[in-house]
Design a protein around this ligand. Structure first.
Ligand SMILES: Nc1ncnc2c1ncn2[C@@H]1O[C@H](COP(=O)(O)OP(=O)(O)OP(=O)(O)O)[C@@H](O)[C@H]1O
Length: 591
């Protein structure tokens, strides 16, 4: 019921139209009984009544009026059906349009933890299949229910006006039908919830396979991927069949009950007719409207199936709708300040779920300083920098930017003061120019080229067939790892923010190019605090200070010279990188 309330709330702006559609459904369906009534009049007056022959001669006008009435009401019903469908379609489409926008914004507003937890395929299923199922239900399933109910009630009321006893005979089968339908609904509901889950798994597998296709090919794992997909496909198909086939367990009972309506009409109706309790016309009216009572019973299974699918989909959408991010971006910055770029970590502790990743981390970075962060893989470097733009919240201690806890700062403003190039480079399928200007759409072509130059990307870009207008494929396909890194660096530089964070951005470029980038970073024309995660001593040596992380703790801190003098982790890395790895490699490649 909560979900229906939610749906009603979201119908705002289209409620009047939807109510009109429901009313038209009721009116149009009620008119179903008009033609049987008119035909009853025709039969009793002109065909089977005592004075049928005489009436035919004297009351021609009435006969013509009744016939025209039948044609007129048929046309009226058709017109109403057209109008009704249009209202359902427009209101449900409008509602879905609004919900889709809201959900998209909602997903955009989620924090990083949400993306860690939710699979892309599942989110895509919610945004497409589930939304469409709900729309289909609003436009068709509810319509079918309302119309079936109205026709059923109108027919029963009409029957009651003709003969109460015969009507009660006709309805004798309704209670057992409802009991069977109730049992069916209870049994099939969990199946549709499970089915929805399997569809999501199937979509996730498909999405992962498509986006990871290069890895699949590199490892020649097509067979494995096909087997994985087939397994999910079989699971989905089996669950689908299982849910659909449950209906067959109940179908014979419901169909027999529905057929029995005709038998009862023949027996009870025939008996009443022979004893003169009802007229031929009334019998004809019962006969022509018997479908109005039996069809809803017959369709009850299909409706229940659709309703279960509808609720399974609706609850998934409501999940997104009410998902509350722990880190909320209010987007209410009126005037964005430019920060100085002072960063402080005060006894910072951080964990993913229960695993502690950073522990008691304290350091300060002054505005304009260049800090290098080094440490073994998994030591927590990326986690550390993710706390500055508040992608995650600390579990203890504080992260301060310009002296203020990041949790007190307006997120748009905070993130608007940070330029970032992440370890996992993602370029959009756009031109190179468009990718560089992603963070600043106002960037001129010359500026984009200048920043590409600083990132050592200009030379290779101009050699491409369409230069800066070259469209790079999805995720930057068509570029080498180092080229992608350089475009990502140009994108981060182009926003000219007072804090620049580079996560292993030069790991895939050669030493000469790296040297060019280092020089550019030193000579940036705007004031900027730089935090650079790097594994190469050639990069870290240029920093004002170097922080060494191990197991989430700060084990060394100082300048290149200070750390070398310490003869600790940094010194070992320096030796390893500068003097080989302690093994002698001969000219022939033998140790
Ligand atoms: N989203 C996440 N959820 C759970 N654990 C995570 C998540 N991201 C990272 N971790 C874990 O946190 C630890 C630190 O990871 P982090 O990425 O910060 O290390 P890193 O020093 O940047 O490593 P690398 O040099 O390989 O990039 C690792 O043990 C990693 O498995």
């Amino acid at each position: 019921m909560f979900e229906l309330k939610w749906l009603w709330q979201n119908l705002e702006g289209n409620r009047a139209r939807y109510i009109v559609a429901l009313c038209l459904s009721v009116v149009g369906s009620s008119l179903t009984i008009v033609n049987p009534y008119l035909s009853q009049r025709i039969v009793d007056t002109f065909i089977a009544g005592d004075h049928a022959g005489q009436n035919l001669a004297t009351e021609r006008g009435l006969l013509i009026a009744l016939c025209l009435g039948m044609i007129g009401f048929s046309l009226l019903r058709t017109g109403l059906a057209y109008l009704t469908t249009m209202q359902y379609e427009i209101s449900s489409q409008n509602m879905m349009y609004n919900i889709r926008i809201y959900l998209y914004n909602k997903i955009q507003g989620q924090d990083r933890e949400y993306y860690d937890r939710n699979r892309t395929g599942d989110l895509m299923t919610k945004m497409t299949g589930d939304l469409d199922m709900v729309r289909h239900s609003m436009a068709w399933i509810f319509k079918t229910i309302i119309e079936s109910l109205t026709i059923f009630l109108a027919a029963v009321i009409y029957f009651l006006t003709i003969d109460v006893q015969l009507t009660l005979w006709m309805l004798i089968l309704s209670p057992p039908i409802f009991v069977v339908a109730f049992i069916f609904a209870k049994r099939v509901r969990p199946m549709y919830i499970d089915l929805r889950e399997r569809l999501s798994q199937l979509n996730t597998t498909t999405q992962e396979n498509i986006s990871g296709n290069r890895v699949v090919k590199a490892f020649a794992r097509e067979e494995f991927e096909i087997a994985k997909f087939t397994e999910k496909n079989v699971n989905y198909s089996v669950a689908n069949k299982k849910a659909a086939l449950v209906w067959l367990d109940y179908f014979p009972y419901l169909e027999s009950f529905a057929q029995a309506f005709n038998v009862i009409l023949m027996l009870a109706g025939g008996y009443f007719l022979m004893h003169g309790r009802i007229t031929f016309g009334e019998f004809a009216a019962f006969s022509s409207l018997i479908w109005a009572v039996s069809n809803p019973m017959r369709n009850i299974g299909i409706i229940i199936n659709d309703i279960q699918r509808f609720f399974a989909s609706l609850s998934k959408i409501v999940d997104i709708y009410y998902a509350r991010p722990a880190i909320v971006n209010e987007h209410n910055v009126t005037e964005s300040r430019r920060y100085e770029g002072r960063i402080e970590f005060e006894h910072v502790r951080f964990k993913y779920d229960s695993a502690t990743v950073l522990d008691d981390l304290s350091f300060t970075i002054e505005p304009g300083e260049t800090i290098a962060i080094m440490g073994a893989t998994g030591s927590g470097k990326t986690s550390l920098i993710n706390l500055i733009p508040r992608f995650y919240d600390v579990a203890g201690g504080r992260v301060l930017v310009d002296g203020r806890d990041v949790r007190e700062l307006e997120l748009d403003e905070l993130r608007g003061n940070i330029g970032m190039a992440t370890q996992d480079v993602l370029l959009f399928s756009d031109t190179i120019d468009g990718n560089i200007a992603y963070g600043d759409p106002e960037l001129t072509e010359e500026e984009a080229q200048a920043y590409a130059g600083l990132a050592a990307a200009h030379d290779f870009i101009v050699k491409m067939p369409e230069g800066y207008d070259t469209v790079v494929g999805e995720r930057g396909v068509g570029l080498s790892g180092g080229q992608k890194q350089r475009i990502a660096l140009a994108r981060a530089l182009a926003v000219r923010r007072p804090i620049l964070i580079l996560d292993d951005t030069t790991s895939a470029v050669d030493l000469e190019t790296e040297e060019h980038i280092q020089r550019s970073l030193r000579e940036l024309e705007y004031p900027c605090t730089k935090i650079i995660i790097a594994q190469r001593v050639s990069t870290t040596a240029q920093a004002d200070r170097i922080l060494i992380l191990e197991g989430g703790r700060l084990i060394e801190e100082g300048t290149h010279a200070e750390l070398l003098a310490k003869r600790g982790y940094y010194y070992d890395v320096f030796m390893l990188q500068n003097e080989g790895i302690g093994r002698q490699v001969t000219e022939s490649g033998q140790e």
